[in-house]
Structures are given as structure tokens and as C-alpha cells.
Design a protein around this ligand. Structure first.
Ligand code: SF4
Length: 399
């Protein structure tokens, strides 16, 4: 039986970070419960709602509607509650979400992740999270330098991280992932080294490092476009500096015993994220909530991004799906390469060639000659030294 990942989106935050281009908002706490009610309804009635919107679930016997294929009979082994800042919610709401999951799916809950920001962690909540079945925290650390956190509009400070991690550990959370951002305004090689060193000092099981993306959908991005000074837009590190930060992270994390398994992700042995691996391996996952994305092998679909419109659709007992894309063989092939090469384990070009009836030897031969990729037999992966320029390699491959 195929296993599923389940993603639940909570699009609420306490403040809006300057660099954020996500569909998240700062809203009254009164809106949390109706939103969670709607998500619980969508989880519980996913078969009817997805089927009514035109989603089809492939089976060994050909395409069938979700209802016919009894998607609920699929086993889910990972749940990821992301956002936004889902740790803002009262635990009773998180519990309601996880109970809906248990009612709607055969769910082994091998990995149940909650995204949590440091300032929201208190002992009572941490204990309740564990009791509700949450066994992994994705912790929004971002930086250990207060000037950088402040410039980025983050709510927490370094002291909050030092206060929160022992609370999570004492509550019995044995799987914590730290997020760090390389390329924050005011960040220097020295301050980045400090953040890496302090993060490693906590010995989290997993570390994700994201390169700062300047997007015009964020306040910082708009300020950069108009060459303004607000949000410390003129104190952003250069692209070259960011590549240096990334290279330093590779060295320091490896020295500290972390294994890099994806362009942005490092883990201690046995702690690679089961849920996130499904994205890169093109395994099926269902997303619930405003803006959540789903993938079933032959279609990708996404929900309305506006939280109020999402709640209104679900309250009217209508699907909240905004967009469905049927994957052509060409698109699926591009995904295999693009997503597969994000993983340090690489891709099997022999298998992909046979499955899609294409010969990839020419493309990969050229990149191997430039030292951009490494090839051992049919296995191809990005050269570790080229990971910081991975986008250029991927664009060249998909040309
Ligand atoms: S906490 Fe995350 S989702 Fe919320 S505003 Fe900041 S970056 Fe965006």
C-alpha cells in the first residue's frame, strides 16, 4: 500500500517578517477556530471535495475518482503542520487537526512535525504538543544575532532560543530541526559563523539552511527594487558572500557530524525528514488549508491562498481548490531531474531514461565535463562543491 504525507497549512503569524512573501497574515485570534474547523472539515471530507473538483487518483488499474479509489484507505505516515506560525494556536486546535487526520486516514504518525517559533514555546504547550502526538519540531531559529533578527522583523531574539530549546527537550521532544537563513540583512561571515556555531552547540537532530531570496512580494524585496534604505535593504550580503556562507555551512556541519542529504538540509544519522523527502522523491502527499499543495503522481493541485476565501468555500461545502495541473510526461521528466538532483543521493538516469524513453547521456556528459555533476554508473548527482550554484546547473539541464 502506498504511504502518503499530509501537510496542513496554518497561515497566521504574530508579525510579518520583512523578507516574507508567503500568503500568511497577522489576524485576530478570533479567526483561528473557524479556520481550523474548515481545515478539519476538508480533511474529513477530502474524498468528496477533491473528487468534486476533478482530482483523480491513479491506481494500478487506471485512473479512478478519489471516491472510487478510496484514498482514505491509503496509509499516511507523516504529518507536517506548517505556516505561518502554527505554534501560535491553542493546543486544543492542533489536537482537533490531528484527530481529524486519525479519523480520515489510516495514520501511523511516524513523523508529526509542528513548525514553532521560539517566542511561542512555553512548558505547558510543549507538553501538550507531545501529548497530541507531535514528535518533531521545526524550529524557526533563523539567526542567533539580535541585530539580524531585528532587521528582518522577526519577533524572537537569541535569548528566546536559549529559553525554548530546554523546554522542548524537557517535554520529551527528541527530534528538533533548526532553520537558519543565510543572507539576512546585516549578516557577515563572522556573524554567520557565530549562528552556525551556536546552532550546532544545541545539537539539534536536523538543520535546514535557506539562502535568502529577495522577492518583490515582500516589503524587503520592494525596498531593494527601489534602492531604498528601509528594512536594512542596503545591508544585504552580496551573492558571493551568500555562496561563501553556504560553503562554510557545508564544512562546519559536516565537521559536527551532520550528513547533508538535500541542498538545504542536514541531519544526524536517521533524522532526515521523512515528510520532506516525499516532495523530492515525488511520492504522494495531500495538503489541507489555504494555499496548501497536493500531488498524486499524475496531478498537482493547490487550494485558494486567501484564508477567508478558503473558509468561505469550505463552509459552503464546496472544494477550495484553486488550480489543478495534469502532469504531461515532459513535465514529469523535468520534475524527476529538478527535484531528484536536490538530493545528495542523486538520480538514477538509467531508470529515468527507460521510464520516459529519453537518452540523457548528452546533457549529463556536458555537465560532467564542466565538473558540475558527478556520475558513477547510472547514478548522477550535483558535485558537492557546486551545490551553492545548483540553480544554474538545473537550468542548464532543463534547457
Ligand atoms: S514567521 Fe514565517 S510565515 Fe510568518 S511572516 Fe515570518 S517568514 Fe513569513
Amino acid at each position: 500500500m502506498q504511504t502518503l504525507g499530509l501537510y496542513i497549512q496554518v497561515p497566521f503569524c504574530q508579525t510579518k517578517c520583512t523578507y516574507c512573501n508567503f500568503h500568511t497574515g497577522v489576524v485576530s485570534a478570533k479567526r483561528f477556530a473557524p479556520y481550523i474547523d474548515a481545515v478539519c472539515h476538508e480533511i474529513f471530507h477530502h474524498e468528496e471535495l477533491f473528487s468534486a473538483a476533478g482530482v483523480f487518483w491513479p491506481t494500478p488499474f487506471g485512473e479512478q475518482s478519489l471516491r472510487q479509489a478510496a484514498l482514505g484507505a491509503h496509509r499516511a505516515d507523516s504529518v507536517y503542520i506548517g505556516g505561518g506560525t502554527p505554534s501560535l494556536l491553542e493546543t486544543s486546535l492542533l489536537t482537533a487537526l490531528l484527530e481529524s487526520v486519525s479519523q480520515a486516514f489510516t495514520c501511523s504518525r511516524d513523523e508529526v512535525t509542528l513548525e514553532a517559533d521560539p517566542e511561542t514555546v512555553v512548558p505547558e504547550k510543549a507538553q501538550q504538543w507531545l501529548n497530541a502526538g507531535i514528535n518533531r519540531i521545526s524550529f524557526g531559529t533563523q539567526s542567533f544575532v539580535d541585530d539580524e533578527l531585528k532587521a528582518a522583523g522577526r519577533r524572537h531574539r537569541r535569548a528566546d532560543i536559549y529559553r525554548a530549546v530546554p523546554i522542548l527537550r524537557e517535554a520529551g521532544i527528541h527530534n528538533i530541526s533548526f532553520d537558519l537563513i543565510a543572507g539576512l540583512p546585516k549578516q557577515t561571515l563572522d556573524s554567520w559563523r557565530q549562528s552556525l556555531s551556536e546552532a550546532v552547540g544545541f545539537s539539534p537532530e536536523h538543520i535546514s539552511i535557506y539562502l535568502m531570496e529577495i522577492d518583490e512580494g515582500s516589503r524587503l524585496g520592494l525596498e531593494v527594487l527601489r534602492s531604498g534604505p528601509r528594512y536594512s535593504a542596503r545591508d544585504l550580503p552580496t551573492e558571493e558572500a551568500m555562496a561563501e556562507f553556504y560553503d562554510l555551512a557545508q564544512v562546519e556541519l559536516q565537521a559536527a557530524g551532520y550528513q547533508q542529504y538535500e541542498i538545504s538540509n542536514w541531519a544526524k544519522p536517521g533524522f532526515a525528514s521523512k515528510h520532506n523527502l516525499k516532495y523530492w522523491r515525488r511520492e504522494p502527499y495531500l495538503g489541507f488549508g489555504a494555499g496548501a499543495h497536493s500531488f498524486c503522481g499524475q496531478q498537482r493541485w493547490s487550494n485558494l491562498t486567501d484564508a477567508a476565501a478558503y473558509v468561505s468555500a469550505i463552509q459552503s461545502r464546496c472544494p477550495a481548490i484553486d488550480h489543478i495541473e495534469a502532469l504531461t510526461p515532459q513535465l514529469a521528466l523535468e520534475e524527476e531531474i529538478f527535484l531528484g538532483l536536490r538530493q545528495l543521493s542523486g538520480i538514477d538516469v538509467g531508470r529515468i531514461g527507460r521510464q520516459y524513453g529519453v537518452d540523457l547521456n548528452d546533457k549529463f556528459g556536458r555537465l560532467a565535463a564542466y565538473g558540475m555533476i558527478e556520475r558513477v554508473g547510472d547514478l548522477v548527482r550535483l558535485a558537492p562543491a557546486k551545490l551553492s550554484v545548483s540553480n544554474e546547473v538545473l537550468v542548464e539541464l532543463l534547457r
